[in-house]
Design a binder for this molecule. Structure first.
Ligand code: SF4
Ligand code: SF4
Length: 189
């Protein structure tokens, strides 16, 4: 077992942890480690740190462990944890803030999530709406999972669930402005 000096860890990472609290709006002291968040999280099985542990690690100053964790990338922002938490600790906002900071530092533990997010935003920017076929094609290419779900393509096209041509909106520029502004807001928080 690796021994940690938590006094040192808290002192060393105080600025980072304060910044992540400010960015997410979460006061880490609110969490008393009851574990209801982890118990209800449908993504917890794939997480290397369960939602409760993400909060605990941050309370203890273990910043690098959280930054390298896959949990902020796997979190589906479903808010089940918030609904269950007796103190309304906003874990999805915390996960999002950690994910943004990890990405800023070039730490991307789950490449697929990053690829999916970028392709999704590109598609909406281009057409004003998501084009499923572009999303799946670009995602498969960029993620390296070339044949992922390829079997579903033909039946979905045939049944009209996806179309070859994208649906668009009248004012694509307004959608682009919306995306640009929200990305800017996220960066400046
Ligand atoms: S449910 Fe809330 S108080 Fe309980 S461990 Fe999770 S974040 Fe902490
Ligand atoms: S928001 Fe994230 S951490 Fe919370 S329950 Fe959903 S997947 Fe789990």
């Amino acid at each position: 077992m690796v021994e940690r000096n938590l006094t040192e860890a808290i002192a060393k990472n105080k600025a980072n942890i304060d910044a992540i609290q400010a960015k997410s709006g979460v006061d880490l002291k609110e969490c008393y480690q009851c574990g209801k968040c982890s118990a209800g999280c449908s993504m917890a099985a794939g997480m290397d740190l369960k939602p409760r542990e993400v909060v605990r690690y941050l309370q203890l100053g273990l910043w690098d462990d959280v930054l390298k964790s896959n949990s902020p990338w796997i979190c589906a922002s479903c808010h089940t944890c918030v609904a269950r938490c007796p103190h309304n600790v906003d874990i999805p906002s915390l996960m999002e803030a950690v994910r943004q900071e990890a990405k800023r530092q070039g730490i991307v533990p789950v490449k697929e999530v990053d690829v999916f997010t970028n392709v999704f935003i590109d598609s909406v920017k281009k057409n004003g709406k998501l084009h499923d076929l572009m999303l799946t094609g670009m995602y498969n290419m960029k993620s390296g999972h070339l044949m992922q779900d390829a079997w579903a393509g033909a039946p979905m096209l045939k049944s009209g669930k996806v179309g070859l041509r994208p649906h668009t909106v009248k004012d694509k520029e307004a959608v682009r402005r919306l995306i640009k502004n929200s990305l800017k807001r996220g960066e400046s928080k």
